[in-house]
Design a protein around this ligand. Sequence first.
Ligand SMILES: Cc1ncc(COP(=O)(O)O)c(C=O)c1O
Length: 401
Amino acid sequence: MTTAPHAAAAALTLPPRSQRAGNAKTSPVRDLLALTERPKVISFAGGLPAPELFDVAGIRAAFDAVLDSPSVLQYSTSEGDARLREEVARRYSADGLPTAASDLIITTGSQQGLGLISTTLLDPGDTILVEEPCYLAALQTFALAGARVIGVPYDGDELDLEALDRLAAEHSPKFFYTVPTFQNPTGRTHGLDARRHIAAIAQRRGFRIIEDEPYRQLRYSGEALPSLAELAPAHVISLGSFSKVIAPGLRIGWIRTTPDIRPAVTIAKQAADLHTSTIDQAAAAHYLLSGRGEPALTRIREAYSARRDAMLDALPTVLPTGSTWNHPDGGMFVWARLPEGMDAAESLGRALAHDVAYVPGVSFYSGTPDRRTLRLSFTTYAPDRIREGLSRLGTTWGTGR
Ligand SMILES: Cc1ncc(COP(=O)(O)O)c(C=O)c1O
């Protein structure tokens, strides 16, 4: 008797997947987004920019213009498009952080920047510090790199600086990962004093800072703050992105590296994908230089500011008595905490039954989660729809009017 080929294949014992791949969890936000895609659901869960605010005409014109030269369809350098790097460097310098084009490596979104930094700096078992809670896909990237991740807690809305210092002394981390401005998931921003302390602790304890800044330009109130790279230039690697200020589908981000690791990051980039899409980079450069980016960003800021206000105005009548929440000066998210005894993950099922969704905070913790927390994104809908969604949420908790 002959054995069927598939039976023979099933009997084979194949080598297992890597331990790092085994450790990486699928993203609960992704799983949740699948549930919230039902058309009736008003979802405050996803961190999606509003598509009606994309400058489609301007972006189309940029692609048309750059296609005049066939070189935009050719292979290119790993560091990225020269005009784009010049323009991003010019913007950093104008913003108070002197930067040369050669300091920058263009990446396929800042998400790739996180991967390249991990490849460059981390060996399996290395310790790093992150904010607790932290951007979920960063936690995934660090897990895939085999890092030992330790969360630095907050004290209210402020990072616990003593804990940062103590944990740094105890664990000699390779780096501290932070989203200093309008953080994902909490919308929190480190104030000037906190920034100075974070920079000083890194210098004293001898660790790097990875400063991830996709939301920096989405400010609706308050004063701009210096970047950490200004305060500790030799210690800080900054990541940037056009995802939240032009469009995420462009997949254009960058790393502002320190000179000591630049060659290694360039090799990591080359090994990852040779370079970011030539045509996308050329179109992004053309778009920025055409002057259309600023008015489009002003429209985005105005719309998001009104959406933030609509959410903040409604929350007092929606969240159960005893809840707390913050008032971010920008970005995309409000972070809320339900009263003692409530569990935001548990009440999500009831919210979905009322066709409204949010992300339970548990998804964003590297250590023990605070089960009372949740993230609400305010950017996706116009104010009326936000009010409608929040009123449904109020019904979930029996607080709606
Ligand atoms: C803090 C943070 N870093 C990085 C990213 C990834 O952005 P990009 O689209 O540039 O890859 C996001 C996306 O939401 C984010 O919130």
